[in-house]
Design a binder for this molecule. Structure first.
Ligand SMILES: NC(=O)c1ccc[n+]([C@@H]2O[C@H](COP(=O)([O-])OP(=O)(O)OC[C@H]3O[C@@H](n4cnc5c(N)ncnc54)[C@H](OP(=O)(O)O)[C@@H]3O)[C@@H](O)[C@H]2O)c1
Length: 323
């Protein structure tokens, strides 16, 4: 099969290559998927570049997320799943068979049925972002009637955080940095959208709500003052990203706010909680509550350009169109 692989870490254009490798067979408890779309997430280029290195076992096909159709099942898996449209998540975690190839093989729970109403592009976009958003939102209880602040509401995680929170009955405030991103956050359903780079952003949010119950935080170092300014003793700030050196935490201010900081890294979320995330993202999909971000399509052999586009901050989802 045609696949993108890398055998060592480094710049995309140097280490990613398109080649022929044997098509994988599904083992016990696994399914094989003919991949339609492979989605690029920041974690994919960070692993490939060595920024957050992961073990490479001979070679690695990159990309955790994707969508496609099951065409073979391993021992113990219902043969009725053959022909099912699915979305894939974390396909490359501890395994060589990422989604940047014509076929991928994953444990069957990582190939989730995609409702007929949903496009394969939406299916490919879900995995890492939607499951991260779910963990940040719901690890500390339900959100019916609560207020959520989503920092970076036009990012992939931010987008699904807005939609999942709204779907579960929360009011949502989102922050963004440009009018284009404000439009995306509004379309996702945010009740209030504020440009966090403008003077008076905190005051604009305070005019809408005194406090928030949950913060889905993409940049704690930059936003902690705002988060503490909206915190009550019931507030949980769920931190899922850090792209700067570790910030110094103002412990006294955090204590004074009685705020709870939760840290989220998908690779270490307990399996039972991931399972709950998969189920609840699936229910939101069935209900039509999740939508696509703008899609940027690349062919398989431009995988390096696709990863570079994500690293450069593409707005929306970058997908490899494969099958
Ligand atoms: N912990 C985990 O398990 C996990 C899972 C998924 C993703 N991540 C990480 O989370 C980050 C985002 O991932 P993604 O896929 O959502 O990326 P993305 O689609 O590129 O979105 C990132 C968004 O964050 C916004 N942003 C950056 N700094 C901000 C700030 N100070 N306040 C508000 N918004 C800010 C960006 O817009 P502006 O810069 O224009 O504001 C952008 O819209 C990446 O670093 C990724 O590696 C971690």
């Amino acid at each position: 099969m045609r696949a993108v692989i890398y055998e060592r870490e480094g710049p995309a254009s140097e280490v990613l290559r398109v080649t022929e490798i044997p098509r994988p067979e599904p083992g016990p408890g696994e399914v094989r998927v003919r991949v339609s779309f492979s989605a690029v997430n920041p974690t994919d280029w960070k692993s490939r570049s060595g920024a957050t290195a992961r073990r490479i076992d001979q070679f690695q096909v990159p990309h955790h997320d994707g969508s496609g159709v099951i065409d073979a099942v391993g021992e113990g898996v219902d043969e009725g799943r053959i022909g099912q449209r699915v979305w894939l998540w974390m396909a490359a975690a501890g395994r060589p068979w990422g989604t940047a190839a014509q076929w991928s093989v994953v444990p069957e729970w990582q190939a989730v049925p995609l409702p007929d109403r949903c496009s394969l592009e939406l299916g490919a976009s879900l995995g890492v972002p939607a499951l991260t958003a779910h963990r940040c939102l719901f690890a500390d209880g339900d959100l019916e009637g609560r207020t959520v602040l989503v920092a970076g509401g036009a990012g992939a995680v931010g987008h699904f955080a807005i939609e999942l929170a709204r779907h579960r009955g929360a009011r949502v405030v989102a922050t963004v940095s440009t009018p284009e991103k404000a439009d995306l956050a509004r379309r996702a359903g945010a009740d209030l959208v504020v440009n966090y780079r403008e003077e008076g952003a905190l005051e604009r949010i305070r005019a809408f709500t005194d406090t928030v119950d949950r913060v889905v935080e993409v940049n704690l170092a930059a936003n902690l003052t705002m988060d503490l300014g909206l915190a009550s003793p019931e507030t949980v700030v769920s931190v899922y990203a850090i792209d700067t050196p570790d910030p110094v935490l103002p412990v006294r201010a955090c204590m004074a706010a009685n705020v709870t900081l939760r840290f989220v890294l998908l690779y270490g979320v307990p399996p039972a909680e991931l399972h709950r995330g998969v189920l609840e993202v699936g229910r939101a999909l069935e209900a039509g509550a999740l939508t696509e971000l703008p899609v940027h399509r690349f062919p398989l052999d431009q995988c390096a350009a696709a990863q570079d586009a994500v690293q450069a901050g593409a707005v929306g989802k970058v997908l490899l169109e494969i099958g």
